[in-house]
Design a protein around this ligand. Structure first.
Ligand code: ADP
Ligand code: MG
Length: 347
């Protein structure tokens, strides 16, 4: 031990690696961040390619608004964002990102390449690369249609302790698919493609009319779910809840098919979970779990999304109001099908 250790500011790339610990757990978390950026860029079509469960390669290609040449190096810097500029913006934030950390974090633990073009001229793109703690801030010309591609290779190549925590290709791809399901259930108006090891796994056309939405839900959760679900759409006191709730007869042994979105963002919230559980309480056998895809929409000013770096948690300004609205909406919907006795589960 040195006897007098002086305080110093961490090298920024090292700081990024430390921050990466919070948001970059595995390939699926990289996908979440890259795809959310593509959504925020106003894309209509998002294509995802992975190799070896994402450990070797994750590529997200979009047709969004792109990043200007001068901004490219900044996109990879920590606390650099185009999405908010003030505390006011943060309080009403309607983009998925706002922390300006994802690309900096991911690039500090991988080999990252970002190619982007803001113009309709396909030869007009620019490219920037970063590798682990080394970053080359130089930007070079690279053709790309309007939009962006981010390629992340060799995740955790420079952090062996983290790499060791990656599981088999199959397990990692399972997490990727789960993340994909959440993404595509959050934006029906976007066309999505997911390829793994050069094979198409999912190809989903865009469309947010009811039939198209049901087609997508059916493709992801099975037609059987739709045949055994109620469609709900309830509005009250500035809150709207819509989506599909599975009938008690379509319950599962695990809580593995429960999708809840708050203003388009997937959340796992205790208050939400409690309200849903209560609503199903007297129609489900003990130990059974409902299947649902539900969307809560409310004024972004009354929900705080800046609770955790992964943004999986939210804080409602009036939690009681939200809880009671969820409970009563679902309870009423389920009352119409409520049998005298709990029905026997079939899944
Ligand atoms: P955040 O999303 O929190 O702003 P990121 O590190 O994820 O932070 O991205 C930094 C910035 O890079 C974004 O604010 C955005 O301006 C730009 N950016 C990243 N990905 C894309 C993309 N696919 N299309 C357009 N701009 C992007
Ligand atoms: Mg982001």
């Amino acid at each position: 031990m040195t006897e007098s250790r002086r305080i110093h500011i961490l090298d920024p790339r090292l700081a990024n690696q430390i921050a990466a610990g919070e948001v970059v757990e595995r390939p699926a978390s990289v996908l979440k961040e890259l795809a959310e950026n593509a959504i925020d860029a106003g894309s209509q079509r998002i294509e995802i390619d992975l190799e070896a469960g994402g450990a070797r390669l994750i590529r997200v290609r979009d047709d969004g608004r792109g990043i200007a040449e001068d901004d490219l190096p900044l996109a990879l810097s920590r606390h650099a964002t185009s999405k908010i500029a003030s505390l006011d913006d943060l309080e009403g934030v309607d983009s998925l990102g706002f922390r300006g950390e994802a690309l900096a974090s991911i690039s500090s633990v991988s080999r990252l390449e970002l190619v982007s073009n803001t113009q309709d001229e396909p030869s007009a793109g620019w490219r920037v690369v970063a590798e682990g703690r080394q970053m080359e801030p130089r930007v070079s010309p690279a053709p790309h249609p309007r939009g962006s591609s981010v390629v992340v290779r060799d995740l955790f190549f420079n952090t062996p302790a983290r790499r060791k925590f990656l599981r088999t290709e199959k397990t990692e791809f399972g997490h990727v698919e789960e993340t994909f399901r959440r993404l595509v259930l959050s934006r029906y108006d976007i066309a999505w493609v997911l390829r793994h090891n050069q094979k198409v796994v999912h190809q989903l056309r865009a469309g947010d009319e009811p039939a198209a939405m049901e087609r997508r839900v059916g493709a992801l959760l099975g037609r059987k779910f739709l045949e055994n679900a109620l469609h709900v759409d309830i509005e009250a006191t500035g809150l709207r809840l819509w989506g599909w709730v599975g009938l008690p007869t379509h319950s599962r042994a695990q809580a593995d098919q429960q999708y809840f979105f708050v203003n388009g963002r997937v959340v796992r919230d205790r208050l939400v979970a409690h309200a849903v559980r209560q609503a199903y309480r007297d129609v489900l056998f003990h130990g059974r779990h409902p299947v649902f895809v539900l969307y809560l929409e409310l004024d972004p000013h009354v929900v705080d999304v800046n609770v955790h770096p992964t943004k999986h948690e939210v804080r409602f300004r009036d939690g009681r109001l939200v809880h009671d609205f969820l409970f009563s909406s679902l309870h009423r919907a389920l009352a119409d099908v409520r049998p005298n006795e709990p029905t026997s589960p079939d899944a």
